[in-house]
Design a protein around this ligand. Structure first.
Ligand code: ZN
Length: 232
């Protein structure tokens, strides 16, 4: 029969004090694995939260939860988890502030997504990005096609900065309104203007052509381009 408020179990789950070293080891392993997994997920911050803050929330959250109601989880190891994770986090932020290289490795750099109305496909791997989300983000800023965008930059926080072209400088661009974007065309008519659905490249065929390949990315995936003004 277990005794209630029995100190050896309540504080130390009946383990010797040296168990704290094992807790330290577990913290380091979990902290590093979470950072690696979140880095590998390709996901940047979740809006304002950096991946480090996400790691903190995950680890502290579970360390705080278990000792609340599992009678065989001691309080002291959980408190040590808080302290160890905090120290690891402070070491991380300190190294980031001291070394440009570590900062670049852990936080990444801002990435140009759109330059002058087209995807900057030489600057990033387009396949690895969630484009539905990106287009939704642009639509929320009243953008209906890429020809309205001078620059779009993916910041290290996961947010996107957008610089617009003035209304008189707007050119033909890839439409991002769903009904328009999904309206693929196979045959490109002479003198109409088309946008590559992959890279946003604009093409104006001199002849009517079927299965035309994009000059920039080599794909055959077209939609009619538009040059609407941006209504804000
Ligand atoms: Zn293309």
């Amino acid at each position: 029969m277990k005794e209630i408020f029995e100190p050896a179990r309540l504080f130390m789950n009946n383990l010797p004090p040296s168990f704290i070293w094992e807790v330290l080891f577990r913290c380091v392993v979990v902290y590093l694995s979470l950072i690696i997994v979140l880095k590998l997920s390709g996901r940047r911050g979740i809006k304002q939260l950096s991946i480090f803050e996400v790691v903190i929330i995950l680890t502290l959250g579970s360390a705080a939860g278990d000792p609340l109601f599992y009678e065989d989880v001691g309080l002291l190891p959980a408190i040590c988890v808080f302290i160890f994770i905090l120290v690891l986090y402070r070491i991380t932020t300190y190294s980031i502030s001291k070394s440009k290289r570590i900062e670049k490795l852990l936080e990444g750099e801002p990435v140009y997504l759109i330059e002058n109305g087209e995807f900057a496909i030489d600057k990033f791997k387009k396949e690895s990005m969630a484009f539905d989300e990106f287009f939704a983000e642009l639509r929320l800023r009243n953008i209906s096609h890429l020809g309205q965008v001078d620059l779009a930059i993916l910041e290290t926080t996961g947010e996107i900065s957008v610089f617009y072209l003035d209304n008189d400088k707007i050119k033909y661009g890839l439409p991002i309104l769903p009904h328009h974007f999904n309206n693929k065309v196979n045959k490109l008519n002479k003198n109409d203007i088309y946008a590559c659905r992959f890279c946003g490249n604009i093409q104006k065929p001199k002849e009517t052509v079927e299965n035309c390949t994009c000059d920039k990315c080599g794909r055959e995936d077209w939609v009619k381009a538009i040059n609407d003004k941006r209504v804000s």
